[in-house]
Design a protein around this ligand. Sequence first.
Ligand code: NAI
Ligand code: MG
Length: 329
Amino acid sequence: ERDRIAVIPGDGIGQEVVPAAVEVLEAVGDFEFVEADAGDAVKAETGDALPQETYDLAAEADATLFGAAGETAADVILPLREAVDSFVNVRPAKAYPGVDALRPETDLVFLRENTEGVYSGHEDRLSEDLSTLTRVVTTSASERLAEFACDYVTDRADAGETPGFHVAHKANVMRETDGRFRDAVVGVADERGVDTDEVLMDAVATHLCLEPETFDVVVCPNLAGDVLSDLAAGLVGGLGLLPSANVGPDRALFEPVHGTAPDIAGDGVANPAATLFSAAMLLQYLGHDDAGERVREATEGVLADGPRTPDLGGDASTEDVTAAVVDRL
Ligand code: NAI
Ligand code: MG
């Protein structure tokens, strides 16, 4: 049976880079694509940034490919992540040959807790002077993330190599919440025979800048993963190249890290690379490992040899780059 892929381009350059990814997916496999609306444009039309049928589609499809939404981004992406019950955000940051990077040695993956921490939404205004935020950390969510991380590094370890990951936290200060996070993650890893290196999250920021090659897989609480992965994006040449996956127990949603790029939307020059790498992750998630690898290699090949879009110093269009990737496939 064909995999059913929900396609949600959204606003701005989402309308340009998502069709590019669909073209590339069609070049390597036979899928059922179902397209749906989300974002500012559909809100202007219907009053609703995330129509129920779009939510239902993401909740039922085998995988979802999302572009970006404009001002309504939070109203779209948070419920979409919930639709796939996503508990982990996978964010690779890699420097590619042919692309100017501050730190060309960077090649790492953040596994970010995607449901709780300081993004749990429990904020209160207690007085004229005082507001508070409740940071939520559960053993169950931390262990679920750790199980995923153990599978992730075990799948990727070379024969004879002990798999391992870094755990970023600040349990020396947030003893109860990050203490719980750390104990849960390290506990699962110990049981699974996976090595862990604990690092304080602020120190990770420094080490990322100075010696990014010392990191491979970094498991983080929600906020730390958000900030540190954006930092890593800066090391490898900006947001236009970074893919991400929101993974749940039965389905997953894939999206470029970038937004709608209103400054270039409609010009046909958006870099499709981040969305093509997201499509490669989608293929691997669905078990099409070879096809995923081919898409990743073809996209890397075009980054190295051109044609390139203006953000990378070239003068090619989104379509030129997409055609070059399809050509390599
Ligand atoms: P942005 O990522 O849209 O743009 C930042 C800069 O990077 C711009 O100069 C843009 O031209 C450039 N850029 C981004 N992606 C590119 C690509 N593929 N090719 C070439 N250049 C690219 O971030 P910004 O400007 O902060 O936000 C714009 C809008 O996007 C806002 O309305 C924001 O809410 C939304 N947004 C949505 C996200 C989502 O749906 N997940 C994520 C981030 C922002
Ligand atoms: Mg962010």
